[in-house]
Design a protein around this ligand. Structure first.
Ligand SMILES: [Zn+2]
Length: 303
């Protein structure tokens, strides 16, 4: 009886402090959301956490569901240095207000960078996106406007990148984390891919994009791990291909960039239903380690 109670308490402790052991190395990637924009895939929308020695360095994307997944992953919002948005589609950014509100309750003194693309087409720039949410007079969440003025536990620093440039641009540089970004093609949507360097290792994030482009090759060059979005199956139509890389393009990109490990994410029902065909087409061109992302899964990087 006592033994079973001890076992139950141990299980409870494990459930509360849920940081995955695979996240505890020098550098690790955790999938917070491996899904797309449609609520038919049993996955949170796009979101990722980077871990270093058990601390959360940064988030990449903040799609719907990322708030809950961050809690389940044990992400410490007092530790993260930045939230890097690949673009402003809802499945990559809708979780941002919930994460910011949650972060109000943690102790942190430093700024929080929120980076993303500039304006274009039907999309505001990242600076306008943040002020539209938080402006003291007109912001939808003006009750949180102290994030831009003073009085909040910490200040936000929006960083807006030139998504039209295919060259690597500096987002932030620090002792523990260097982040650069380049513009990528996502139809008419301003979009970025990110190259994150920490502990002498490189993790690249494609965001949503169309494949073998100059910006993507720069971001993914010799990366220890590339997270790339497998949103469409082989044979997808023109409209889908204007927004997303085909599986064959993913394989060509990974091989040409010399990527050391590949994680396929941003699954949608249309690609999940043909998962084997997606992998087969990637494999026509890329023969390195390949993984299918699941929410909350952790990948040690390099080493
Ligand atoms: Zn998306």
């Amino acid at each position: 009886m006592i033994r079973s109670r001890v076992f139950a308490v141990c299980l409870l402790v494990l459930a509360v402090s849920s940081v995955d052991a695979a996240c505890e190395g020098p550098l690790a990637l955790q999938i917070l959301g491996s899904g797309g924009p449609i609520a038919d895939d049993d996955r949170a929308s796009s979101a990722y956490a980077l871990w270093s020695d058990g601390r959360t360095l940064a988030l990449v994307d903040a799609g719907g569901g990322s708030h809950l997944r961050a809690a389940q992953a044990g992400v410490n919002l007092a530790e993260i240095q930045a939230i890097h948005l690949s673009h402003l589609h809802a499945d990559h950014s809708a979780g941002l207000p919930a994460l910011l509100k949650s972060a109000w309750f943690v102790r942190r003194g430093n700024q929080l960078v929120v980076s993303g693309p500039g304006p274009g087409g039907r999309f505001p720039g990242t600076r306008e996106f943040v002020t539209t949410l938080l402006d003291p007079e007109t912001g939808h969440y003006r009750y949180l406007s102290e994030y831009l003025t003073e009085g909040a536990p910490f200040r936000l620093r929006p960083v807006q990148l030139d998504h039209r440039s295919r060259q690597l641009q500096s987002v932030m540089e620090g002792d523990s984390l260097t982040v650069r970004a380049a513009g990528v093609d996502h139809g008419p949507v301003p979009a970025l891919a990110y190259r994150v360097e920490a502990r002498d290792r490189v993790v690249a994030f494609s965001g949503d994009q169309t494949g073998v482009t100059e910006g993507m090759l720069a971001v993914a060059n010799q990366a220890d791990l590339l997270v790339i979005h497998a949103a469409i199956p082989p044979g997808a139509g023109r409209v889908a291909r204007n927004l997303h890389a085909t599986p064959e393009q993913i394989g060509v990109l990974a091989q040409r960039a010399g990527v050391k490990s590949l994680v396929l994410s941003h699954w949608m029902r249309r690609s999940l239903n043909r998962r084997e065909a997606v992998i087969r087409d990637v494999r026509k061109h890329y023969n390195g380690p390949l993984h299918v992302a699941e929410d909350l899964q952790c990948f040690p990087v390099g080493g």
